[in-house]
Design a binder for this molecule. Structure first.
Ligand code: 26Q
Length: 826
C-alpha cells in the first residue's frame, strides 16, 4: 500500500547522516552481499528485505551504543519490565519512522527497482504474545524509549510464537510459527552473558559463622543466554533494550558426559534444556499442571534478576541500594516467582539477612493485574513447586507465615480472613496463589482501567485492599499512536498533520485541535476519502485471503480480538442472523444499511467453544453469501490470522468497533482504543476502558447498550433465566432455532447444539440478557451511518478526544506513582 504520503517523525537528531538517499542505496547493495551473499539480479524479495533490515539495524546500533553509554555513566535509575510476552509486531516500518528515514529509504529502494511496502510486507513478525497483555508490553516499551526512560524489557525468546491461524472448511487450524526460520535481523546474540538456572533437587541447611545458611542442590541446571533487540524511541536518540532469554544446555555438562562416553545422554540433556524456551503457551486459562510453563516463568525471571544484580555490581553499587536503582514491574503474575527468587539471591547467594532483603524486594516490585476472571488467576500446585523449586517453596512459606502474622495483628480473631488471604490455598489439593504472592511482595498493585481497578479492590483482592489500600492505584492502559496511527494509517496521519501540524506525534493531546474542524464540510469530505481508501485496501486483502468480495461502500463493522465467550463474538453472530432474517422478510431492504461484519481473532487450541464460534461465523457467512436475496446488503467475513500486521490493515478500515464483552469481565481492552484512534465509532458495554473512552469522547458519540457490571452481578445472584428471554423474544428464538436446527450446518445439523445449549443453560456471560438492547443499539448505528455528515463529525470528535489513551500518558502515570522515575525534560 504505497500512499506516497509519509509523515516523518519530527526529528531532533541526525536524520541527515542516517538518511542520505545515495548512502542508503549503497548500504542496501552492500548488505545484500554481506548478509545474503547475493547480487541484485538474483536477489529474492526476502533477500532485499534482509538487506533493508540490516541497513536500518546498523543505524539503530549507533544510537543504542550511545544511549547505553549515557545510561551507564549517569548510573540512571532503570525500569525493568518483566513480562512473559512482548508482542512487538513487525520492526522494519516502525524503525524507519523512529529514525525519520522512511521517505529516503523509499527512494533508495525504488532506485533499485523495488517497492518499500513490498519489503515491509515481507517481514515475518515475532509473535511472542497471545494478545492484549503482550501487546501492552510492546506499546510500553515504545513509549518508554520515546520518553527517554532507561528501560530493560525482560522476557522469553520463544522459538515458536503464537501459532498462525488458517481456516479450513470453516474451522481454525493451528500452524507452527517458525518465525526464526530465515533468521532475525533485529536481534543481537550475547553469548558472553550467561546464567545458570537451577531446577529440582533438594535443599540443605548448615551453620556458617553462627548463621543458618541454606544450600540448594539442584537436579538439573540449564543455562540462559540473552538475545537483545534495540527499541529506539521516536525522533529521539534513545535506544532501550528488549532482552529475551534462550535456554541452552551447559557445555560443561555435555563435555563431561561426552568424556564418560554418554554422548546420547549429553545430547538428550541439551534437548531437554532447550525445550524450556521452545514454545509460547496459548492462554487456555485452564490451569492444568503444565510443568513446562512453570519452568519458563522461573527460567526467565531468574535470568533477569541475575542480570540486574550483575549490572548493579558492575557499577560499583552495593546490593543494599538495589531498589534505588531498579523499578521492576510484574506484567501479571506470570513473572511473580521473581519475588522468592530475589529473596533467594539476596539471602542465600549474597548472604543478606531476611529483613533487609525483604525490604528491598518489596520496594523493587510493582504488580499489574490484568484479569478478573477467577479461572484465569494463576495457581500452582504445591507438589509441583516442591518438585521443581524446593528452595522457593521454603521461602514462600516463610513469606506467608510472616505475612499472616501481620494479618492477625490488623484483624484479630478473624481466622476466616487469614485463610482467605493466605498465599496457600488449602481447600483441597494445595496451591500457591500467585496473585497473593505478587500483592504481598510488591509496594504497588494496579489494575488497567478505572472500572477494573475498582472491581479488583471490591472483589478479587478485597481483603488486600482492606488491609493495604495505599498500595492500590489505577493505571488505565494506553496504546502507542506512533504504531497504530502514524505507521499503520499513513493517510489519516497525513490528513491530521495537514490540518494541525505534526505535534501530535509527540503529544497526542494535540489531536484536540481537530475539534473545531469536526463540522467542516471540506475536512469531512477528505476524512471520508481516507476511510474509503483504507476500506478498499482491506477489501483487497480480504479477497486475497478468503476469496470473498466485499463492498467498501458498506458499513465495516469490526470485532477483532481473541475469541472468548466473555468477549461474546456469539452475540455478534446472533445480530448477524437477526439482520439476515429481517432482510429476507422485508420488501424495503433499502431501509437496512448495507454492512460487512468482519470478525478476526485466534481461539486457544484447546478451547472447544471458541473454535465452534469461529466455525459458526464462517457457516453463517457462507449461508448469507449463497442467498441472492441478501448477499448484496450483508456480508459476514472471518478474517484469518489476526496478528499485529493484520491488525494494522484492519483498524484503519473500521467504521464500527465492537466492544461487547459482559460488563465486569474485560479488564481494559486496548483494541477499543486503537479503533477509536483510527476513526471508528464504538458500540459497547460499560466494561473495561470503554467506560473511560465514552467519558472522553462524549456519551453522544458512543453507542452504549447492555447491563452494567452491577446489574450483571445482580442477575447472577437472582438466578439468570435465559429460557424465559428465549421464550419471550420472537426474533431471538428464531435465530437460535435456526442455529440449533442446522440451517447453517446442513451436513451436520446438531453441530452448533453445544453453543445453543450453553446460551440457554448456565451461561455466565449473559449473552441473551443483552441481546435485545444490542440489536436496538445496532439499529441506531445503522441509521446514524445513513447520515454521512453527522457520522463523520462524530468520528472526527472521537479521534480528537483520544489523547488520554496514548501509552505515553500511561507511562507517565507509572513513572510518577509507581516507579518514582523522573522524566527527562523535553
Ligand atoms: C497463563 C497460564 C498458563 C498459560 C497461559 C497463561 C496466560 C497467558 C496470557 C494467561 C493470560 C494471558 C493474557 C492475558 C491478557 O492478554 N489480558 C488482557 O490484558 C490486556 C492488557 O491489560 C487487557 O486490555 C485485556 O482486557 C486483558 O484481557
Amino acid at each position: 500500500m504505497n500512499t506516497g504520503r509519509t509523515v516523518e517523525t519530527p526529528s531532533a537528531f541526525n536524520a541527515r547522516s542516517d538518511g542520505d538517499v545515495e548512502q542508503l542505496r549503497q548500504d542496501l547493495v552492500e548488505n545484500l552481499t554481506r548478509t545474503q551473499g547475493k547480487f541484485p539480479a538474483v536477489a529474492t524479495r526476502n533477500d532485499w528485505y534482509m538487506a533493508a533490515a540490516h541497513t536500518v539495524r546498523d543505524r539503530l546500533l549507533q544510537h543504542w551504543v550511545h544511549s547505553s553509554q549515557t545510561y551507564y555513566e549517569r548510573k540512571a535509575r532503570t525500569v525493568c519490565y518483566l513480562s512473559a510476552e512482548f508482542l512487538i509486531g513487525p520492526q522494519l516500518g516502525m524503525n524507519l519512522v523512529r529514525l525519520g528515514i522512511t521517505k529516503n529509504l523509499r527512494r533508495a529502494v525504488s532506485d533499485l527497482g523495488l517497492d518499500l511496502d513490498d519489503l515491509i510486507e515481507q517481514e515475518e513478525e515475532p509473535g511472542l504474545g497471545n494478545g492484549g497483555l503482550g501487546r501492552l508490553a510492546a506499546c510500553f516499551m515504545e513509549s518508554l524509549a520515546t520518553l527517554r526512560v532507561p528501560t530493560i524489557g525482560y522476557g522469553i525468546r520463544y522459538e515458536y510464537g503464537i501459532f498462525d491461524q488458517e481456516i479450513r472448511n470453516g474451522w481454525q487450524c493451528e500452524i507452527a510459527d517458525s518465525w526464526l526460520r530465515y533468521g532475525n535481523p533485529w536481534e543481537i546474540a550475547r553469548p558472553e552473558i550467561r546464567f545458570d538456572v537451577k531446577l529440582g533437587g533438594h535443599t540443605e541447611s548448615q551453620l556458617e559463622n553462627g548463621q543458618y545458611r541454606v544450600r540448594w542442590i539442584p537436579e538439573h541446571v540449564v543455562r540462559g543466554t540473552p538475545y537483545d533487540m534495540p527499541v529506539l524511541g521516536c525522533g529521539v536518540p534513545t535506544a532501550n533494550l528488549l532482552r529475551l532469554w534462550k535456554a541452552e544446555a551447559r557445555e560443561s555438562f555435555d563435555f563431561q558426559a561426552f568424556n564418560i562416553g554418554d554422548y546420547y545422554g549429553a545430547v538428550a540433556d541439551k534437548t531437554d534444556s532447550e525445550t524450556i524456551t521452545k514454545v509460547l503457551y496459548p492462554n487456555d486459562a485452564q490451569q492444568k499442571g503444565r510443568v513446562l510453563r512453570l519452568k519458563q516463568q522461573y527460567f526467565f525471571v531468574s535470568c533477569a534478576l541475575q542480570d540486574m544484580i550483575r549490572l548493579h555490581l558492575q557499577r560499583n553499587e552495593t546490593l543494599l541500594g538495589f531498589a534505588d536503582k531498579y523499578a521492576a514491574q510484574l506484567n501479571d503474575t506470570h513473572p511473580s516467582l521473581a519475588i522468592p527468587e530475589l529473596m533467594r539471591l539476596l539471602v542465600d547467594e549474597h548472604q543478606m539477612e531476611w529483613e533487609p532483603a525483604w525490604d528491598i524486594t518489596q520496594r523493587t516490585f510493582g504488580y499489574t493485574n490484568h484479569t478478573l476472571l477467577p479461572e484465569a488467576l494463576e495457581r500452582w500446585s504445591i507438589d509441583l513447586i516442591a518438585r521443581l523449586l524446593p528452595r522457593h517453596l521454603e521461602i514462600i512459606y516463610e513469606i506467608n507465615s510472616r505475612f499472616l502474622e501481620q494479618v492477625r495483628v490488623v484483624f484479630p480473631q478473624d481466622e476466616a480472613r487469614v485463610q482467605r488471604m493466605s498465599l496457600i490455598d488449602e481447600s483441597g489439593e494445595r496451591f500457591v496463589r500467585m496473585a497473593h504472592l505478587a500483592c504481598v511482595g510488591s509496594h504497588a498493585i494496579n489494575g488497567v482501567a478505572a472500572l477494573h481497578t475498582e472491581l479488583l479492590a471490591r472483589d478479587v483482592l478485597r481483603d488486600f485492599h482492606e488491609m493495604m489500600p495505599e498500595k492500590f492505584s489505577n493505571k488505565t492502559n494506553g496504546v502507542t499512536h506512533r504504531r497504530f496511527l502514524l505507521v499503520s494509517n499513513p493517510r489519516l496521519a497525513h490528513l491530521i498533520t495537514e490540518a494541525i501540524g505534526d505535534g501530535w506525534v509527540k503529544d497526542l493531546d494535540e489531536l484536540r485541535q481537530l475539534e473545531p474542524l469536526a463540522a467542516d464540510a471540506t475536512m469531512q469530505e477528505e476524512w471520508r476519502q481516507v476511510k474509503q481508501a483504507n476500506k478498499r485496501d482491506l477489501a483487497r486483502h480480504v479477497q486475497k485471503v478468503t476469496g470473498m468480495v466485499i463492498d467498501p461502500e458498506s458499513l465495516f463493522d469490526v470485532q477483532a480480538k481473541r475469541i472468548h465467550e466473555y468477549k461474546r463474538q456469539h452475540l455478534n453472530v446472533l445480530h448477524c442472523v437477526t439482520l439476515y432474517n429481517r432482510l429476507k422478510r422485508t420488501k424495503r431492504t433499502r431501509e437496512i444499511t448495507p454492512r460487512t461484519v468482519l470478525v478476526a481473532g485466534k481461539a486457544a487450541p484447546g478451547y472447544f467453544m471458541a473454535k465452534l464460534i469461529i466455525k459458526l461465523i464462517n457457516s453463517v457467512g457462507e449461508a448469507i453469501e449463497r442467498d441472492p436475496d441478501t448477499r448484496e446488503r450483508l456480508k459476514v467475513v472471518f478474517v484469518p490470522d489476526f496478528n499485529v500486521q493484520n491488525a494494522q490493515r484492519i483498524y484503519p478500515a473500521a467504521d464500527l468497533s465492537e466492544q461487547i464483552s459482559t460488563a465486569g469481565k474485560e479488564a481494559s481492552g486496548t483494541g477499543n482504543m486503537k479503533m477509536a484512534l483510527n476513526g471508528a465509532l464504538t458500540i459497547g458495554t460499560l466494561d473495561g476502558a470503554n467506560v473511560e473512552i465514552r467519558e472522553q469522547v462524549g456519551a453522544e458519540n458512543f453507542f452504549l447498550f447492555g447491563l452494567t457490571a452491577e446489574q450483571v452481578a445482580a442477575r447472577v445472584r437472582e438466578g439468570y433465566q435465559p429460557r424465559a428471554i428465549y421464550e419471550s423474544n420472537a426474533e431471538l428464538r428464531e435465530a437460535l432455532d435456526q442455529i440449533a436446527s442446522g440451517e447453517f450446518s446442513p451436513e451436520q445439523p446438531d453441530l452448533f447444539q453445544p453453543l445453543v445449549d450453553s446460551l440457554l443453560g448456565n451461561d455466565p456471560f449473559l449473552v441473551l440478557a443483552d441481546y435485545q438492547a444490542y440489536v436496538e443499539c445496532q439499529e441506531r448505528v445503522g441509521k446514524a451511518y445513513g447520515n454521512p455528515g453527522e457520522w463523520t463529525r462524530m468520528c472526527i470528535l472521537n479521534v480528537a478526544r483520544m489523547g488520554y489513551f496514548s501509552s505515553d500518558r500511561s507511562i507517565r502515570d507509572y513513572c510518577r506513582d509507581i516507579w518514582n522515575v523522573q522524566l527527562p525534560a523535553g
